[in-house]
Design a protein around this ligand. Structure first.
Ligand SMILES: Cc1cc2nc3c(=O)[nH]c(=O)nc-3n(C[C@H](O)[C@H](O)[C@H](O)COP(=O)(O)OP(=O)(O)OC[C@H]3O[C@@H](n4cnc5c(N)ncnc54)[C@H](O)[C@@H]3O)c2cc1C
Length: 926
């Protein structure tokens, strides 16, 4: 480097670009003079963001510690919709930028960043010759008489000759004009209000406190305008940039003072949080006309070159103007630092070659954002918002490209020969191969942790995200929608199981089957459902509720259609088994999803009411089957009709977001926050800060391994709870499925025709609807245990009575009706109860295993019932034996398991419902 120290560089303009260039050149041993027109060096009172591409350059200049002293770190980039603040896009920043891009994404007060650069330029102990700064030195002329010694002439007539002149004099560059470069300046038609709002005012107002709870970089998108805000100086100020159509006055004057009122009025009809925030602006609101430069490769004339806004001024719609200027500075210093005076022209050409295309792409992408950000509501806006949900870039250019920055040649950029010993390098390095990799940058990731103590407002008393969801008000358009969609899935589950009972006599005739052969129809389906319940419960706990949710239905629909076409009995059985595998996922996944979206105050009734879909499905199946009895190929039609609603539902289900409780437990914090914020906005709940607890560690296993692991987990969690869950499910469902599967055949055996026996069975299901409604009303009043403990044995008793009186027509119908009604008091309460017995990480699998065990058992019940018990013991004794098993299960429940009425999903066992106001307790969801 000694070879280059003989030459001098004059930088015109002491802005962020000019000072970064001066410092980088100084580090290369060059003698630098900065000429600044202003009497005092400084920056406007506003914030600025440095993305990793810029932070990396500054850190390469040895400024990390200084940056840490002035920076504020945003944890995410959030994109919101103007009308309701709904989050349409979310990108992690924080640690992710350090991990993936080897440099942070930080926010600063501009004056702090500028002061830091100025101090480093002037620091007598810094590397290379200290930069000389002349203020009140407006350059008005250039003397190019000597082509290798251009002279900048200032207003006061002073002449500053140098080997190189760099024009870093901003968007209205005088150096550019004097160079004779084309006029590329354009007016955007827009202006930006800039304001700094005191952080204490923001923190004091509940409507804006969310802004200090978690530091984020936020963009609101609306028609014709957008709004950007983020915290700076550790929360002392909220920096606001509001881009709106420009007024004539601002256009003419470039900059004009404005007021908080102007700011608020610029966003009429926007989400309430916007005026709440903007109205807190005090003095110093300024409006800037937004000019930019057309992309232009002419940055150079002999030994005069341009840098920063002077050559690539861009709209601030990616927050990249200064960052690109810093990249210019790094490349310029690399090139000039590597040559002697005779190589200057070549070095400057290489500088422009390396930078002009790159910066031009960023300019174009920023301009494209003018349209992209400001779309009026409509199809294009919806397509954009859809795109934003999985966006990984500011615009047409990806973050990957933008934040990696212009590749640098010299790994020693910015390392001072006199600087302190290098810090340890990361053992494995970053996953991204960066050419700028100074030891200072390569801080092991664990060292980043804890090095950045941003002011943290996560108070000990703050609610968790789960609590926020559990305390939301009930809204039919939000949680109600999920309840209905989940319920429709459940309806098909019921439809399918009930169908077995109706198919059995018809298939018996079609394939000429024995009683045992008929029983196998239900057995194949129920055993498939048992397998599905285990597999899907486990998968849903691993991959998420929504994915598992959709796939279960697709599998079910596919194999149901194929079952309708089956030419042979064995093939039919195989297809019923496979349809059952898909459908068996419905109950555990539905219950987990619906339960986790439901506010605590309503959860018991929501889960119980979910079971209303069951008798509706069974009744619907009964009615459809009765109507189809006279058709040719009746059983095939019965199966085929289920396809359409199942397919429709598959599409509807795609609209359900992932459960925030699940996301939280999995440590997917940003996504959990996006869903929670959206729920808060859509339910109209007051916005308040919350924390996301640490994630639960998982082993990452899938498939059978995961199922076995979860089986171990649920028993390890509590043998009592799991034994209660299993015994309740097994016995209650055994009684129910036996009746459901065999009732049409039993009645037919008693001499009724197909239609009459189907009709009687349908009555049994129909009264069940009433049973679920009553159960819903009772479950939070008498509690889960009492309801199950009384109704389940009574239902079993009703079946025994039915068997004793079935020859008396009225008596049998009454007994069937009583059974249908009371059974549906027990089953919904049992589903809610078992679901609540487990904590969130085990809920889907705990429920899934209980359900599967019952299905494995009940799967063989039709077979056992048809070929052994009914012929050998007779109906009354068979039903009595089943009833006894139910009695044993409920007694064990009474002894071994807790009541869950009013309990927090994952928390204390206090009866929180009991402490709620009566008005809240008396609201119902059905
Ligand atoms: C609202 C808004 C928000 C932005 N946010 C970001 C952001 O978050 N991140 C980001 O990277 N970029 C951002 N930018 C862009 C960024 O501010 C500019 O790109 C950057 O400041 C340009 O730096 P510069 O040094 O090239 O020019 P300037 O900062 O304009 O500096 C030019 C300097 O030259 C001096 N000067 C001018 N003429 C003469 C002369 N004849 N003789 C001597 N001196 C002269 C001026 O006084 C000034 O000090 C934003 C821009 C706007 C408008």
């Amino acid at each position: 480097m000694a070879s280059s120290q003989s030459f001098e560089v004059t930088v015109v303009g002491g802005g962020l670009g000019g000072l970064t260039a001066a410092l980088a050149l100084r580090h290369r041993g060059l003698r630098v003079t900065v000429l600044e027109q202003a009497a005092e060096l400084g920056e406007v009172g506003a914030g600025i963001q440095t993305a990793p591409n810029a932070s990396r350059v500054l850190m390469g200049l040895g400024l990390r510690r200084q940056m840490e002293a002035i920076r504020t770190e945003p944890l995410d980039q959030v994109r919101r919709r103007w009308t309701d603040g709904r989050i349409v896009g979310l990108t992690s920043l924080g640690q992710r930028c350090k991990d993936e891009f080897n440099a942070p994404y930080w926010h600063y007060h501009r004056a702090d960043l500028h002061r830091m650069l100025l101090d480093a330029c002037a620091d007598p102990a810094g590397p290379g010759p200290a930069v000389v700064v002349h203020t009140s030195s407006k350059v008005v002329e250039m003397d190019r008489t000597d082509p290798v010694r251009p002279v900048a002439v200032t207003e006061d007539g002073r002449r500053h000759g140098a080997d190189v002149i760099i024009g870093a004099d901003g968007v209205r560059s005088r150096v550019r004009d004097l160079m004779g470069a084309p006029d590329t300046l354009l007016f955007s038609g827009e202006m930006a209000y800039r304001a700094l709002i005191p952080g204490d005012l923001i923190a004091a107002d509940p409507a804006t406190r969310w802004l200090v709870d978690r530091y984020q970089s936020t963009i609101w998108y609306g028609p014709d305008r957008h709004l950007v805000h983020y915290m700076i100086r550790g929360g002392d100020y909220l920096n606001v940039v509001a881009c709106v159509p420009c007024t004539d006055a601002v256009r003419e004057n470039w900059t004009l003072p404005a007021t908080a009122q102007d700011l608020v009025e610029a966003f009429p009809g926007w989400d309430d949080r916007v005026p709440a925030m903007l109205s807190k602006a005090k003095e110093d609101v300024l409006a800037f006309a937004l000019y930019y430069r057309r992309r232009d490769p002419v940055w150079l004339d002999g030994r005069v070159a341009l840098l920063g806004d002077a050559c690539h001024a861009m709209l601030p719609y990616q927050a990249q103007g200064a960052s690109q200027a810093m990249e210019d500075a790094a490349v310029l210093a690399e090139e000039l630092g590597a040559v002697t005076a005779s190589g200057i022209e070549g070095a400057l050409r290489r500088y422009v070659d390396r930078r002009a295309k790159h910066a031009g792409m960023v300019q174009d992408a920023s301009l494209a954002n003018k349209t992209f950000y400001h779309l009026a509501d409509g199809p294009e806006q919806r397509a954009r918002d859809e795109k934003l949900t999985n966006f990984d870039g500011e615009s047409d250019v990806s973050y990957d490209w933008l934040w990696s920055g212009t590749p640098l040649n010299d790994p020693d950029l910015g390392r001072s020969p006199t600087s302190s010993p290098a810090e340890p390098t990361a053992s494995g390095g970053s996953p991204r191969a960066l050419t700028t990799r100074t030891p200072e940058l390569c801080v092991p990731h664990r060292q980043w942790r804890g090095m950045h103590p941003i002011r943290d407002h996560r108070g000990a008393n703050m609610k968790t995200g789960d609590q926020i969801v559990q305390e939301l008000p009930w809204r039919w358009g939000v949680q109600g929608r999920i309840f209905i969609i989940g319920g429709l899935g459940y309806l098909f589950d019921a439809y399918d199981i009930a169908l077995n009972g109706f198919l059995m006599p018809l298939l018996g005739s079609h394939f000429d089957l024995s009683l045992g052969g008929r029983g196998l129809v239900a057995t194949a389906n129920l055993v498939g459902m048992a397998v599905g319940a285990i597999a899907w419960g486990a998968v849903a706990d691993r991959i998420g509720r929504t994915k598992a949710f959709s796939v279960t239905l697709l599998i079910f629909a596919l194999f149901s259609v194929l079952g309708a076409l089956a030419p042979t009995y064995p093939l039919f059985l195989a297809l019923r088994f496979l349809a059952g595998v898909g459908l068996g996922g419905c109950i555990p996944v539905d219950y987990a999803l619906v339960g986790e979206f439901s506010p605590r105050a309503y959860r018991g009734r929501v889960l119980t009411a979910l079971d209303l879909w069951w008798p509706v499905g069974v009744t619907l199946c009964g009615l459809v089957s009765t109507v189809m009895v006279p058709l040719d190929g009746n059983w095939r039609w019965m199966l085929a009709t289920m396809v359409l609603p199942a397919l429709l539902l598959f599409w509807v289900r795609r609209g359900i977001p992932e459960s925030p409780v699940y996301l939280t437990k999995k440590g997917r914090e940003a996504e959990a926050r996006a869903v929670i914020d959206d729920l808060v906005a859509r339910t109209g709940a007051p916005v308040e800060p919350y924390v996301i607890p640490e994630p639960v560690a998982g082993t990452g296993r899938r498939g059978v391994g995961a199922a076995v692991e979860q089986l171990r987990d649920i028993w390890a969690h509590s043998p009592r709870v799991t034994s209660v869950a299993w015994s309740l499910f097994a016995t209650v469902m055994l009684v129910y499925y036996a009746a459901l599967s065999w009732m049409p055949s039993i009645l037919k055996e008693e001499g009724l025709g197909d239609t009459a026996s189907f009709m009687n069975t349908t009555v049994m299901s129909g009264v069940g609807i009433l049973g679920v409604l009553v159960s819903t009303a009772l479950v939070d009043v008498v509690g889960r245990k009492w309801l199950i403990g009384v109704s389940a044995p009574v239902a079993a008793l009703a079946l025994v009575v039915f068997a004793l009186v079935m020859r008396a027509p009225t008596g049998s119908v009454v007994a069937i009706g009583v059974f249908g009604f009371v059974m549906q008091l027990a089953i919904p309460a049992m589903y809610a109860y078992v679901s609540e017995l487990y904590p969130t990480p085990l809920r889907a699998s705990g429920f899934g295993w209980a359900s599967s065990v019952s299905r494995a058992l009940t799967g063989f019940a039709p077979l056992l019932f048809g070929s052994v018990m009914w012929p050998a013991l007779g109906l009354a004794v068979t039903f009595a034996v089943l009833g006894l098993a139910v009695l044993v299960a409920v007694v064990w429940m009474a002894i071994a398991a807790p009541e869950t009425k009013g309990r927090a999903l994952d928390g204390d066992t206090a009866d929180v419902r009991a402490q709620e106001p009566r008005a809240v307790r008396e609201q119902t969801v059905v």
